[in-house]
Write a protein that binds this ligand. Structure first.
Ligand code: HEC
Length: 223
């Protein structure tokens, strides 16, 4: 159909130049081949498009297999020991446990021990121990008169086998070691206490503990 520059309508100059007619053909035909792009065959059939979606599906399946396979290769391992030991929590007595550091003797520190400070520190023991004369056993045994008394000094308390097998008396140095690191002195004890790390704190507690007795034993020579 010829483009007729009409006298009645002002055509754009581009159309005026095209004067001569709409020619069929690829040059100026934008809607003739709608299937020339995308997942369609040149005849516009959907055969090609099925291949296209199959490829996407296959990629997804391969990704899933890769994820599952990587999970099988990397085995998460349980830690034998907690990475961060919790203060105050019981640590099981493991065979390969590191040797506790050398524990400073308490005797020289008892001379300048602060009994009142010891009483304050002993509050953390009271979660498990009663210290009063004739007081009850709790998680741990009543500790009245424990200093210079025998290990497992209470007959009405169920000590661990480890403590029962630990013979001797609670002298100042064994108390010092026990309070510093219970598992270090008596491996397998059921006293679930991490230990008092500061030597002077232990001296203060022991000086106070010594007084919780009908007959406080003498302080070590030199005090
Ligand atoms: C989490 C509870 C707990 C805490 C806290 C605790 N103890 Fe113990 N203690 C025990 C248990 C349980 C035993 C018995 C241990 C055994 O039979 O193996 C024990 C035993 C003892 C013994 C030996 C007693 C005996 O008759 O032979 C002494 C001494 C002792 N504790 C002192 C202390 C002191 C001092 C503190 C504080 C600095 C303290 N404990 C904090 C639970 C505790």
């Amino acid at each position: 159909m010829p483009i007729e520059p009409s006298k009645a309508f002002a055509f754009a100059s581009a159309l005026v130049i095209e004067a001569g007619g709409w020619a069929p053909g690829p040059g100026n035909c934008i809607y003739c081949r709608p299937y020339s792009a995308g997942p369609y065959a040149s005849d516009g059939s959907l055969m090609e498009s099925n291949k296209f979606y199959a490829a996407i599906l296959l990629a997804g399946v391969l990704a899933m297999i890769a994820i599952i396979a990587s999970g099988m290769l990397v085995h998460p391992e349980e830690l034998a020991k907690p990475a961060y030991p919790i203060e105050g929590a019981a640590t099981p007595a493991a065979g390969g446990e590191a040797k506790p550091a050398e524990i400073e003797p308490v005797a020289p520190l008892l001379a300048k021990a602060d009994v009142d400070h010891g009483a304050q520190l002993a509050r953390q023991c009271q979660a498990c121990h009663n210290f009063a004369k004739g007081g009850p056993n709790m998680v741990g045994p009543n500790l009245w008169g424990v200093v210079a008394g025998p290990h497992d000094h209470k007959t009405d308390y169920a000590y661990s086998d480890a403590m029962k097998a630990f013979k001797g008396v609670w002298d100042y140095e064994s108390l010092n070691k026990f309070i510093a690191h219970p598992q270090g002195l008596v491996p397998g004890t059921k006293m679930g206490f991490a230990g008092l790390k500061k030597p002077q704190d232990r001296a203060d507690v022991i000086a106070w503990l010594r007084q919780q007795s009908d007959n406080p034993p003498p302080l070590p020579a030199g005090n």
